[in-house]
Write a protein that binds this ligand. Sequence first.
Ligand SMILES: CCCCCCCC/C=C\CCCCCCCC(=O)OC[C@H](COP(=O)(O)OP(=O)(O)OC[C@H]1O[C@@H](n2ccc(N)nc2=O)[C@H](O)[C@@H]1O)OC(=O)CCCCCCC/C=C\CCCCCCCC
Ligand SMILES: O=P([O-])([O-])O[C@@H]1[C@@H](O)[C@H](O)[C@@H](O)[C@H](O)[C@@H]1O
Ligand SMILES: [Mg+2]
Ligand SMILES: [Mg+2]
Length: 209
Amino acid sequence: MLNRHARELFTRLFTPLAALLLRLRVSPDAVTVVGTAGVCAGALVLYPLGELFWGTVAVTAFVFSDVVDGIMARMAGRTGRGAQWGSFLDSTLDRVQDAAVFGGIALWFFGAGDDFTTGALAVACLAAGNLVSYARAKAESLGYSANTGIAERAERLVAVLLVTGLTGLGLPVPFLTWTLGILAVASAVTVGQRIAAVRAQTREDRAGA
Ligand SMILES: CCCCCCCC/C=C\CCCCCCCC(=O)OC[C@H](COP(=O)(O)OP(=O)(O)OC[C@H]1O[C@@H](n2ccc(N)nc2=O)[C@H](O)[C@@H]1O)OC(=O)CCCCCCC/C=C\CCCCCCCC
Ligand SMILES: O=P([O-])([O-])O[C@@H]1[C@@H](O)[C@H](O)[C@@H](O)[C@H](O)[C@@H]1O
Ligand SMILES: [Mg+2]
Ligand SMILES: [Mg+2]
């Protein structure tokens, strides 16, 4: 939902930065890679130290590279094999970022954060979120579309980053526990929605054959 509704606004917001980076001869791939390194550093260094607020600030500062890289690619007129490579790199490194964010939270709560349930729910969000992305990627590899569902990547990130950041500012941990629980369920529902979407398309194909 956010991917469709907020994209235009965020594209307008980040277009000047994308244009500047292109003028400085920075490539979209460099932005993808540096953004991923920044997200991983913020999540895997600061979260396990219990710095939930500053970790979130660092992750948020770098996570928008995922918007900037695409704007740059389109402004540079990337097409054909270049765009396919860019799409592959973008989506694959998104998975690395997701793993770092939920993994970093889990590391804190399994360790000094001492809250097994919250750590386990962070792992559940990571696993279910990966399934969401896999379902779409596999559908697209077969020529179907599965870009649907209540918990796409933007929603997952907004929910986890907002509540983790607020937890770092003093919000009681149970709010984060519940958010992760709801997010894990919403991600599982999204997997179901994507399976249903592909099933409907394959049925239509069979009926038309
Ligand atoms: C100025 C800063 C403002 C900060 C405001 C913060 C408030 C946030 C409030 C709401 C957040 C709403 C988020 C909305 C998301 C934006 C919508 C959007 O665009 O989503 C999708 C994108 C990108 O997806 P994708 O990568 O698929 O698309 P691309 O456009 O990149 O295109 C891909 C194609 O591009 C080509 N290509 C790409 C790369 C490459 N190297 N080469 C290429 O060729 C190729 O053809 C590809 O196919 O973004 C996301 O999904 C990321 C979402 C980020 C959401 C971040 C949420 C953070 C929000 C809140 C955190 C608050 C923390 C506060 C802490 C304090 C707490 C008190
Ligand atoms: O499928 P999902 O995880 O909800 O959402 C995402 C897609 O919207 C995006 O186009 C892709 O670049 C990401 O890697 C990710 O797959
Ligand atoms: Mg991107
Ligand atoms: Mg992406």
